[in-house]
Design a protein around this ligand. Structure first.
Ligand code: ADP
Ligand code: MG
Length: 389
């Protein structure tokens, strides 16, 4: 599928003519800084060249028609500007409808209905943020068609607001921010406490970013995500009895050492330990990258995995097996779980001439152990969401 083919599907579903426009929003991978966004820490994601495409046109009435070429069997989903509520029958379209709702909540005037066909090449539910891609894509379409004058950061916030309040997932800002603000060949060093950010050039002349999809997704993902948020909040509340912080991201490792005993519950202690250390690792990793010290960057990725596995406990057997196998492959500079956890993808930095062997060794070991076919994506870093036609 390409954007031309998507346009012919649009015409087939909704007819030709009028002002038909095309848009793209990327997926994202987080290189380091996991589960730090909602803890007031730093993250370091980059937008990918894979993503979600939309072909769209305004209507004269208040009807909204949505079609995904990825989910043909649900057909065209029809809603209206006058009935923006989350409904099971809207299926995947609750994501774009949530964005329409959120924009209106934020005071934007959506003057008419519209029709939109989407198609994406991000594996869904694997931690590469297909949902944020779809949200920011929808925001970009509406911003353009209705002259809303929203900045890309605003569109990221609107996407997060819709996912939190319309779709019931209490996600942080990282995903939407990376999708909206991505820049080719750069990762975004984002301070989630105040949304200040810097781009860091990711030039890896001798290495590639390789994502491995475990193809597993354990069902506890949503409830466990909310548990982690609550446990982190409890740890913060305990720490606030002994030091004046407003987020875990404000603490250094030494300060955590000093004040950590204030956290009463052992599980909450480990959650906070991860949040603090991961934030510090992310700061160090970006420094290392800026100094072209990829080896240190890789070691920090490995340490991130261990912390997510043992302290934050958001990995799973299959992903641990993948990462541990990846560590053993010659030419692997660093590897870790990426995304929310409990399945999904790993991200590794692999020397150019080691990539084929990496895929063979990891793919074969995983197949032997779990009888699953891991999928590999050697990715490029691309731009954020935009109109393309
Ligand atoms: P992730 O964001 O990690 O990919 P989520 O579970 O948060 O996983 O989001 C996946 C959901 O997003 C899908 O189940 C689907 O509802 C929606 N989605 C993403 N991309 C598309 C698409 N191209 N067409 C239709 N729905 C999509
Ligand atoms: Mg998502």
């Amino acid at each position: 599928m390409n954007e031309k083919e998507l346009k012919s599907i649009f015409v087939e579903k909704f007819g030709a003519g009028g002002d038909i426009r095309t848009y793209f929003a990327p997926g994202r991978v987080n290189l380091i800084g996991e589960h730090t966004d909602y803890n007031g820490g730093h993250v370091f994601p980059c937008a990918l060249t894979i993503g979600t495409y939309a072909v769209a046109r305004k209507r004269d009435d208040r009807v909204i028609k949505l079609y995904s070429a990825n989910i043909e069997n649900v057909g065209v989903i029809e809603s209206s500007l006058d009935d923006l509520t989350n409904k099971d029958e809207y299926h995947w379209a609750n994501y774009p409808l949530g964005v329409v709702w959120a924009l209106i909540e934020k005071g934007c005037e959506i003057k008419s209905g519209f029709e939109m066909c989407v198609w994406g090449n991000i594996p869904n539910g694997s931690g590469l943020s297909s949902s944020a891609s779809l949200e920011v894509l929808t925001g970009t379409v509406l911003n353009d068609f209705f002259g809303l004058n929203k900045s890309m950061v605003d569109l990221a916030l609107v996407g997060q607001y819709s996912e939190n309040n319309f779709n019931g997932c209490n996600c942080g800002i990282m995903d939407q921010f990376a999708v909206a603000m991505g820049q080719k060949d750069h990762a975004i060093f984002l301070d989630c406490a105040d949304l200040s950010y810097k781009y860091a050039s990711v030039k890896l002349p001798n290495a590639k970013i390789v994502i491995t999809n475990s193809k597993v997704k354990h069902s506890l993902v949503d409830s466990a995500y909310n548990d982690r948020r609550n446990e982190s909040a409890q740890a913060l509340a305990d720490l606030q009895t002994v030091c004046g912080i407003s987020t875990l991201g404000e603490l250094t490792d030494d300060e955590f050492e000093k004040y950590g005993s204030a956290i009463k519950d052992e599980v909450c202690y480990r959650r906070a330990k991860h949040a603090v250390a991961e934030n510090q690792r992310t700061i160090k990793a970006v420094e290392a990258l800026n100094n072209n010290d990829i080896a240190t960057f890789g070691k920090l990725m490995n340490a991130s995995h261990v912390s997510l596995r043992d302290d934050y406990e958001v990995s799973c057997e299959e992903v641990d097996f993948l990462v541990e196998t990846e560590w053993s492959v010659p030419g692997v500079i660093g590897a870790r779980i990426t995304g929310g956890g409990f399945g999904g993808c790993t991200v590794a930095i692999v020397e150019n001439d080691a990539v084929d062997n990496f895929k063979n060794v990891v793919g074969k070991a995983y197949k032997e152990k779990y009888n699953l076919d891991a999928e590999f994506y050697v990715v490029d870093i691309g731009d954020g969401a935009k109109r393309i036609g």
